[in-house]
Design a protein around this ligand. Structure first.
Ligand code: NAD
Length: 488
C-alpha cells in the first residue's frame, strides 16, 4: 500500500488520522521548486487536543509500565517502515532534498533500524536498583531506586535530517514509557506525517501514545513549551529558538532537552597527511549541502602549510559540485528553501565584506536555473574573529584558518560559543589525545572516525545544547528517578 497522500497528509491525534483545522500547506521539492503535495495545517486547538490525548494515554494506561509491549510496538514500527523503505527513501530525497546515498544511512534506514536498539533498551534496562539496608537516624530501612518515565514529551524537530531527529526523540521517549506529541518542521512535514500513518494503520501503539502535529505556524509548536501538561520539551533546532523554548518552559518549570547549533572545527596537525585531511574536510562540509549541525565548518591547518591546504581543499570541493539529489553519486544537494539560500548567499557576501577570499564557489551553479542550489564554497584570508567563522551558516561553506601549533589549534577550536563536534587529523597518538581532551565538544572524530550510531550519545557543550540524544544517556533523558524506602 502506497503511503504518499493523494492530496494532503493528516495529523495523528489520539490514534486517529485527522485533517488540520487550519486546512493544508504546500511542501516544496528544494531541488525543483515544484510543489510535491500538502500537509495538514494544525491550529492551537488541534495541538491542545493532541496534548490532552498524550496526557490521558500516559496517566490512564499501562503504557509506561509494560516494557515488553513497548518493545514490541517499536519493533513493529521499525519493520512496517522498512517494508515501505523504497517509497520513504524516495520521498525523503524529494521533500528534504537529501542526496540518495544518505537515505541508506542517517536520512532514513539508520534511524529506522535504531528503533530496534531502543526496543532492546526498554526490555533490558535495569528499572529498579536495590540499595540494600541502611540506618538513617538509627532506624533500619531497605531502599531501592526506581526509574520511571518522565511523562508527556513535546518533541520539536528541524528539517535537515527529519527521520534521524524524529526517531532519535520518539524512539527513546517511547522506549522509556513516555507518550509523545511530535511537532516536525514546516519544511518537512511528510517525513513525520507518513510515519504517523504507519503507526495508525500498521501498528498496535495505543491511541494517544504517539501524536504527530504538522503546522505551518511555529507558535503551534511553541505550545509544547508552555503547556503544563507537557513534562519535557525535547527540542532540536537553532540556538536562537532553543533559547526561546527554554525561557518559555521555565514558566511551568518543565525539563528541557536541547540539541542546537554548531560551528565545529576540523583540526589538521602538522604530522597529518594534509591531502587526505583536506579531502575529508571538503567531503564533510558539502555533504547534504552542509545542512548538518555537527558538520565541521572551520578547517584549521598549520600556518606553514596554508597555501598547500587551500589548494587541496579547493580542488576537492570543486570536484563535489551541487547536483541533483536523486543521482546516486551526488554528495551535495540543494539547500532546503529560498530562505536558507538567501541566508547562505548573505554569509558569502559578508565574507567578502570582511576581507575574505572566495577560493572556489561563492554563487549559484551555472547549470541550474531551478532549485535552491549553492556552489560548495571555500573562504580564506580571515581569522577566527570573522563572523563567518563564528556564526552557523548551514550551507556548504568552509572557512580555512591558519593555526600556530597544537595548542593554538585547540584555542581556536574552543574560541566559539558552540561546542558540538570536531575532527582531528594527525599521526602522533599523544598529540591527538591532547587535542581530543582539549576541545570542548560533545563528539570528536579522529582521522575520519565516525561516531554516529544508535549507542553513541550525541549532544553539545556550551550553546550547542543541554543533554544527550541516542545511547543509554539519550534514553535516560526521558526517565525520572524515584527513591523508595521501607522499614526493614
Ligand atoms: P529552527 O530553530 O528555526 O526550527 C526548529 C523547529 O523549531 C521547527 O520545528 C520550528 O517550527 C520550531 N520552532 C520555531 N520557533 C519556535 C518557538 N518559538 N517555539 C517552539 N518551536 C519553534 O531551526 P531550523 O532552521 O529548522 O533547523 C536548523 C537549525 O537546527 C540549525 O541551527 C542546526 O544547527 C540545528 N540543528 C541542531 C541539531 C543538533 O542535534 N544539535 C540537529 C539538527 C539541526
Amino acid at each position: 500500500m502506497a503511503l504518499r497522500p493523494a492530496s494532503s497528509s493528516d495529523l495523528l491525534i489520539d490514534g486517529k488520522l485527522v485533517p488540520g483545522s487550519a486546512g493544508t500547506f504546500d511542501i516544496v521539492n528544494p531541488a525543483t521548486e515544484e510543489i510535491i503535495g500538502q500537509a495538514a495545517d494544525a491550529t492551537a486547538a488541534d495541538m491542545d487536543t493532541a496534548i490532552a490525548a498524550a496526557r490521558r494515554a500516559f496517566d490512564t494506561t499501562d503504557w509506561s509500565r509494560d516494557h515488553a509491549f513497548r518493545a514490541r510496538c517499536l519493533r513493529q514500527l521499525r519493520d512496517a517502515l522498512l517494508a515501505h523503505a523504497d517509497e520513504l527513501r524516495a520521498l525523503a530525497t524529494e521533500e528534504v532534498g537529501c542526496p540518495t546515498f544518505l537515505t541508506s544511512g542517517p536520512q532514513f534506514e539508520g534511524p529506522v533500524n535504531d528503533l530496534g536498539y531502543f526496543a532492546d533498551l526498554a526490555e533490558n534496562f535495569t528499572w529498579t536498583e536495590d540499595l540494600g539496608e541502611a540506618k538513617p537516624m538509627g532506624l533500619k530501612n531497605h531502599r531501592e531506586i526506581r526509574r520511571e518515565a518522565v511523562g508527556v514529551v513535546g518533541a520539536i524537530t528541524p528539517w535537515n535530517f527529519p527521520h534521524q531527529i524524529n526517531f532519535a526523540k520518539i524512539g527513546p521517549a517511547l522506549a522509556a514509557g513516555c507518550t509523545v506529541v511530535l511537532k516536525p518542521a514546516p519544511d518537512t512535514p511528510w517525513a513525520a506525517a507518513l510515519v504517523g500513518k504507519v503507526i495508525a494503520e500498521e501498528t498496535d501503539f495505543p491511541p494517544g501514545v504517539v501524536n504527530i502535529v504538522t503546522s505551518s505556524d511555529h507558535s503551534v509548536g511553541a505550545q509544547l513549551s508552555t503547556d503544563p501538561r507537557v513534562d519535557i520539551v525535547s527540542f532540536t533546532g537553532s540556538t536562537a529558538t532553543g533559547k526561546k523554548v527554554m525561557a518559555a518552559a521555565s514558566e511551568s518549570l518543565k525539563k528541557v532537552f536541547l540539541e542546537l547549533g554548531g560551528k565545529s572545527a576540523f583540526i589538521v596537525l602538522d604530522d597529518a597527511d594534509l591531502k587526505s585531511a583536506c579531502a575529508m574536510a571538503a567531503f564533510a562540509v558539502v555533504t547534504h549541502a552542509g545542512q548538518g549541525c555537527a558538520i565541521t565548518t572551520r578547517l584549521l591547518v598549520p600556518r606553514e602549510k596554508l597555501d598547500e591546504a587551500i589548494a587541496a581543499t579547493r580542488d576537492a570541493m570543486a570536484g563535489l559540485p551541487a547536483s541533483d539529489p536523486t543521482d546516486a553519486g551526488t554528495i551535495c544537494g540543494p539547500l532546503i528553501s529560498a530562505t536558507q539560500l538567501e541566508r547562505v548567499e548573505g554569509y558569502i557576501a559578508l565574507a567578502k565584506e570582511e576581507g575574505g577570499t572566495i577560493e572556489t564557489g561563492g554563487g549559484r551553479p551555472a547549470d541550474k536555473d531551478k532549485g535552491f542550489f549553492i556552489e560548495p564554497t571555500l573562504i580564506s584570508g580571515l581569522d577566527n574573529s570573522a563572523r563567518v567563522a563564528r556564526e552557523e551558516i548551514f550551507g556548504p561553506v568552509l572557512v580555512i584558518i591558519a593555526h600556530d601549533g597544537d595548542d593554538d589549534a585547540i584555542r581556536i577550536a574552543n574560541d566559539s560559543p558552540y561546542g558540538l563536534s570536531g575532527m582531528v587529523y594527525g599521526t602522533d597518538e599523544d598529540r591527538i589525545t591532547k587535542v581530543v581532551n582539549g576541545v570542548r565538544t560533545g563528539t570528536m572524530g579522529v582521522n575520519g572516525g565516525i561516531w554516529y550510531a544508535a549507542d553513541v550519545p550525541f549532544g553539545g557543550y556550551k550553546q550547542s545544547g543541554i543533554g544527550r540524544e541516542m545511547g543509554v544517556a539519550g534514553f535516560e533523558e526521558y526517565l525520572e528517578t524515584k527513591a523508595v524506602a521501607r522499614p526493614a
